[in-house]
Design a protein around this ligand. Structure first.
Ligand code: ADP
Ligand code: MG
Ligand code: MG
Length: 249
């Protein structure tokens, strides 16, 4: 599903990713952990196609196609979803409108009929029920005045509505209380299927008590320096990252 080979990327002329390799197959959940500043968010931004991140070497293939050549809308249409550490606020646009537009643009890309307001509300009702979240947030402007936990819940609701093939969560768990954390985990677990894959980027092991990953990787100084199963996350929680930063230096 995702094949990253020898990825090098610069931000403002500074080399951040330095030879990163990662392969994710359908059905798998991978976690990337690592110290602050190691390049975790840079990796998420490169995959999503955000401006300002220059790939200088290597490739990123999504279902065999070069994702780096796709427009961000195309990536979304092809089933890639990113939930970010800092969700954006969009004053003047209600959440319902925003999510409906997002879903319809993906459906349009796939050649499916767009949903009208009634059909969309049915989808919303189903997803809010599955995630156990209230739909109070839907009438409000996107993320405006939302607490940290509400923003993350909202992001996860959007993910559940879009049903991406590849979901990437960049520290969606940071600063969350246990209930919001469980919503994030429910969202990921809801998507879990033999056809879908998820990449969870996290600084802490806590989220991985609820989302049990198939693989855990340590990202340090711009590359994957160690991979293992879920026990690696527990080991990191005990020992910290010092060993890996030294190794990568
Ligand atoms: P992580 O998510 O692992 O904490 P990041 O990918 O956010 O790390 O950052 C890696 C490095 O790239 C850091 O040294 C950070 O300061 C730098 N960096 C990331 N984004 C930018 C940016 N937009 N402008 C300048 N430097 C950046
Ligand atoms: Mg960080
Ligand atoms: Mg980050």
């Amino acid at each position: 599903m995702l094949e990253i080979k020898n990825l090098h990327a610069d931000v403002e002329g500074k080399a951040i990713l330095r030879g990163l390799d990662l392969t994710i197959n359908p059905g798998e959940v991978h976690a990337i952990m690592g110290p602050n500043g190691s390049g975790k968010s840079t990796l998420a931004h490169v995959i999503s196609g955000r401006d300002g991140y220059d790939v200088t070497e290597g490739e990123v293939l999504y279902r065999g196609k070069n994702i780096l050549e796709m427009e961000p809308e195309e990536r979304a249409g092809e089933g890639v979803f990113l939930a970010f550490q800092y969700p954006v606020e969009i004053p003047g646009v209600t959440n319902t409108t925003f999510m409906k537009e997002a879903l319809n643009s993906v459906r349009k890309y796939r050649g499916e009929d767009e949903l009208d307001a009634m059909q969309f509300m049915k989808v919303i009702r189903e997803k809010t029920k599955q995630l156990g979240v209230s739909n109070d947030m839907l009438k409000r402007a996107v993320n405006v005045g939302f607490s940290g936990g509400e923003k993350k819940r909202n992001d996860i609701l959007q993910m559940a509505i879009l049903e991406p093939s590849l979901a990437i969560l960049d520290e969606t768990d940071s600063g969350l209380d246990i209930d919001a954390l469980k919503t994030v985990a429910d969202g990921v677990n809801l998507l879990r299927s033999p056809e879908n894959a998820t990449l969870v980027i996290t600084h802490y092991q806590r989220l991985l008590d609820y989302i049990v990953p198939d693989y855990v990787h340590v990202l340090a100084k711009g590359k994957i320096v160690k991979s293992g199963d879920k026990s690696l996350a527990q080991e990191l929680e005990k020992k910290g990252y010092a060993e890996f930063t030294d190794q990568a230096a």
